[in-house]
Write a protein that binds this ligand. Structure first.
Ligand SMILES: Cc1ncc(COP(=O)(O)O)c(C=O)c1O
Length: 388
């Protein structure tokens, strides 16, 4: 092989692939109704943009400390205490990275050795398994079921743990299912991991997008010594392009991650760090505006989907995705699976969705409702008429 075997083993992100195809079709003048997006359709709020302009005008244009600016670390510490009840973090427990994805890779690569096993719950976000491969470690997939609202079951986790298990990847609220894990499960998992000395990487990037008065529980509260919290500004503040995420965890491991990051990217973007500082210190009104809009769209989408023959959709409590089961619909159409349906929807009706197969779940679709209610209505009309 003329290039690295590790890179050769990686798959392209299927969600980014859909986005690319949608952009190609749009460039050809096709009106695409896209349920593929993994990002809010809102613009970054003005007060955040202003903070970036000020940072530029004030000459904040140089390298920062590799692990991020102290003011942003302090804001993250206050946020973790105020929103998640996580006390006792100091600047030494915080690392600012170039997006939550980069934060995750720093953590995965710092913890795992070749041949280690990492438990990933399916359906899973597409980058987990690929990031684990970069450390030459192995993903052990533990399936979660729609009947259990896609929350993992302790007995399935117990059955998958071996002497090589070093890490569990947790994501609540979840992409792609929208599941929000219960306090009971989070506490049980914390106890389980403490007894076996297993690390948890807790990806909490959708924390602010929760509905039906459900609550987000961070496992770091119950397992601080073994939890690495991952979060960021992308989804909560409509800042996906700014590329700022952060990590909170035990001091010694944060120090190692900061060293790794220093060698790979030097530091996160200076201007985006100041913008993120303004975002996290904001009064939260913009977040609430977006959250309420997402909730309205979710309600509409779930109700409509369940009226389409062959589609069964649970009502998720978080993030901006629904994850309907479409097996019957696919069979009725005489198709092989969700991949074929997704292709058919895009090429015949210009409706973009992502197949569940990409997330390790055959027979499902992921539909993002990070798009306007009008487009959601139009897109569902098209799906309905196609399947009917
Ligand atoms: C579950 C999950 N974690 C992390 C990320 C990455 O977020 P960021 O844009 O901050 O890198 C995403 C983005 O889609 C995600 O869905």
């Amino acid at each position: 092989m003329p290039f690295s075997e590790i890179v050769g083993s990686l798959s392209e992100s299927p969600t980014l692939k859909v986005t690319q195809r949608v952009n190609e079709l749009k460039a050809m003048g096709v009106k695409v109704l896209s349920f593929g997006a993994g990002e809010p359709d809102f613009d970054t709020p003005d007060y955040i943009k202003q903070a970036a302009i000020e940072a530029l005008n004030n000459g904040k244009t140089r390298y920062t400390t590799a692990s991020g600016i102290p003011e942003l670390k302090d804001a993250v510490i206050r946020k973790l205490e105020h929103d998640n009840g996580l006390k006792g973090y100091t600047r030494k427990n915080i690392l600012i990275s170039s997006g939550a994805k980069h934060a995750l890779w720093n953590a995965v690569f710092t913890i795992l050795n070749p041949d280690d096993e990492a438990i990933v719950f399916a359906p899973y976000w597409v980058s987990y398994t690929e990031q684990i491969k970069t450390a030459e470690a192995r993903s052990v997939i533990v399936p979660c079921h729609a009947e259990n609202h896609f929350e993992p079951r302790m007995e399935d986790i117990e059955a998958s743990v071996t002497a090589k298990t070093r890490l569990i990847l947790l994501n609540t609220p979840n992409n792609p299912t929208g599941a929000v894990y219960t306090k009971k499960f989070i506490k049980e998992l914390a106890r389980f991991c403490r007894e076996r000395s297993i690390w948890v990487i807790s990806d909490e990037i959708y924390e602010k997008l929760i509905y039906d008065s459900k609550k987000h529980y961070s496992i770091a509260k119950y397992l601080p010594e073994k939890t690495i919290v991952i979060n960021g500004v992308s989804k909560a503040y409509a800042m996906t392009g700014w590329r700022i995420g952060y990590v909170a965890g035990p001091e010694w491991i944060i120090k190692k991650m900061a060293m790794l990051q220093g060698q790979i990217t030097s530091c996160p973007n200076s201007i985006a760090q100041y913008a993120s500082l303004a975002a996290i210190q904001g009064d939260g009104s913009d977040i609430e505006y977006m959250r309420a809009a997402f909730e309205e769209r979710r309600d509409y989408m779930v109700e409509r989907l369940n009226t389409i023959p062959g589609i069964h959709c649970k009502k998720p409590s978080g993030a901006f995705y629904v994850f309907p089961e479409i097996r019957e619909a696919v069979e009725k159409m005489g198709m092989r699976g969700a991949d074929e349906l997704v292709e058919y929807l895009l090429e015949k009706s210009s409706v973009a969705a992502v197949s569940g197969t990409a997330f390790g779940a055959e027979g499902f679709l992921r539909l993002s409702y990070a798009t306007s209610l009008e487009e959601i209505k139009e897109g569902l009309d098209k799906i309905e008429s196609l399947l009917k």
